[in-house]
Write a protein that binds this ligand. Structure first.
Ligand code: SAM
Ligand code: DTB
Ligand code: SF4
Length: 331
């Protein structure tokens, strides 16, 4: 019954069933947002948002065929291939990100899976970024247990690896690796005691059940991911998904709210796609429980809102950037 379901909201559960997640999606918008905001306040300061900065440390020429991605070698996009950056250049970008207020620095590489030599260089980057006092995050494709352990030893705090969509819809989007490959990487990351950052993309032509199913899979992992990025598809010319029907912004907000409800203590990141959103849609996302963003003018290869626009938005909403872990809130 719906009243039984809503009475349990706020509990950290990993035993959700798909019907329950779909019932949350079906709530009237105001009820859904009310519950999401109520639960958000049980676990978080409602006026505080975690700020991460993203850097593409190796760009393009990726062998995978993810239909949304401008970096796949199989699609003709405007992305210029760049080899793995020098460690010192990455650290310079990390210093700038820290000076601009980021507390987490996320390094992304267009790999199917990193090779030993690449991993060794990336571990130097991780050590250097951690020494700057930033939290470290990387997204490098598939990892096995050994690779995850060695990243942990280098000081990696978070690993981002997304499910991207539901298991059912997955084969329409990626054929070069399986859903189970993704779950195996997430397990390797967990085994190494690295925090998990895992979410997906909406607006790729999936149906409402697919959206519920993706959140259901995330919320029934043995442990919820600490960070859950919800990306709105950034449509890039040359990718197979370019020209997909645009998503109703209120459906995006619903997705954030349900993510908040099924994983109450996780950071939910309003991730890619913010340049296409009005400030009002973003404000609704924060009300629905989003409490993390990427800050800085670029995501990996596509645009993100200008830093000024984000500062103005935070000011208009009275939102503070979350202090780094271990430091007290200032305002
Ligand atoms: N190559 C690695 C991998 O796929 O795991 C790491 C980088 S990959 C670009 C990281 C994530 O970015 C993808 O899993 C996907 O969720 C997201 N992403 C990539 N292109 C996107 C797009 N056009 N719109 C929204 N999200 C996107
Ligand atoms: C995630 O979930 N979103 C980020 C991050 N993890 C690595 C990437 C978004 C990429 C958007 C397309 C681009 O800029 O290339
Ligand atoms: Fe490669 Fe990652 Fe893009 Fe897929 S999402 S094509 S694995 S860079």
């Amino acid at each position: 019954m719906l009243s039984d379901l809503t009475a349990r909201l706020g509990e950290i559960r990993t035993d959700w069933n798909l019907d329950e997640v779909e019932a949350l999606f079906a709530l009237p918008f105001n009820d859904l947002l009310f519950h999401a905001q109520r639960v958000h306040r049980q676990y978080f300061d409602p006026n505080s948002v975690q700020v991460s900065t993203l850097l593409s440390i190796k760009t393009g020429a990726c062998p995978e065929d993810c239909a949304y991605c401008p970096q796949s070698v199989r699609f003709d996009t405007a992305v210029e291939t760049e080899r793995l950056m020098e460690v010192e250049d990455v650290l310079e970008q990390a210093r700038l990100a820290k000076a601009a207020g980021a507390t987490r620095f996320c390094m992304g590489a267009a790999y199917r899976s990193p090779k030993a030599k690449q991993l060794a260089t990336i571990e130097e980057m991780v050590r250097g970024v951690a020494d700057l006092g930033l939290e470290t995050c990387a997204t490098l494709g598939m990892l096995n247990d050994e690779q995850a352990k060695s990243l942990k030893d280098a000081g990696l705090d978070y690993y981002n690896h997304n499910l991207d969509t539901s298991e059912r819809y997955y084969e329409e989007i990626i054929t070069t690796r399986t859903y189970q490959d993704r779950l195996d990487t997430l397990q390797a990351v967990r085994n190494a005691a690295i925090k998990v950052c895992c979410g997906g993309i909406i607006g790729m032509g999936e149906n409402p059940t697919d959206r519920a199913a993706m959140l259901h899979t995330l919320a029934t992992l043995t442990e919820h991911p600490e960070s859950v990025p919800i990306n709105l598809l950034v449509q890039v010319e040359g990718t197979p998904l370019y020209g997909s029907d645009p998503l109703d912004p209120l459906d995006f907000v619903r997705n954030i709210a349900v993510a908040r409800l099924v994983m109450p203590a996780s950071h939910v990141r309003l991730s890619a796609g913010r340049t296409q959103m009005s400030d009002e849609t973003q404000a609704l996302c924060f009300l629905a429980g989003a409490n993390s963003i990427f800050y800085g003018e670029k995501l990996l290869t596509t645009a993100n809102p200008e830093a000024n626009r984000d500062r103005r938005l935070f000011d208009r909403l009275g939102i503070n950037a979350e202090p780094p872990p271990g430091e007290a809130q200032t305002a």
